[in-house]
Design a protein around this ligand. Sequence first.
Ligand SMILES: [Zn+2]
Length: 141
Amino acid sequence: MGTKSREVIWGSKIMGANLRAGQARKDAEKAIREADRAEAEAWSLRMEGYGGPSQPSPTIAQCLNGGLGWLEVECNKCKTRASLPLDAIRRPRDTPIWKLEASLKCRSCRKGRYAPPVHMIKLTETREITPYKWVHPSEER
Ligand SMILES: [Zn+2]
């Protein structure tokens, strides 16, 4: 078998296998994205419908990957709601979002070190409320 025909036979086989690998990888990424979205939606519906429990929850990465990149929170005291972009929160992407709750504070209710607790309402695809000045976890310290 000459070099030419070997290339024809093996070359096309390899190319085919590479294409299948690429397609399978794309399918897998799509499946993961769908699973992330479903998990984020389930958590969001539980929060909105039942008010919790917030644990366990998907991670920041899962929410972003699933396309639900906004977290809506409400101040327990003044009932102001805010939508926070998850991609702007400077936390490791594998942080479960329930862990963010404790570090979120309503700026207008904050007095020195004390701030009334906030609670998470739901996840959304886009910003649903006008931005409001909230203290971000990344602004702490
Ligand atoms: Zn408040």
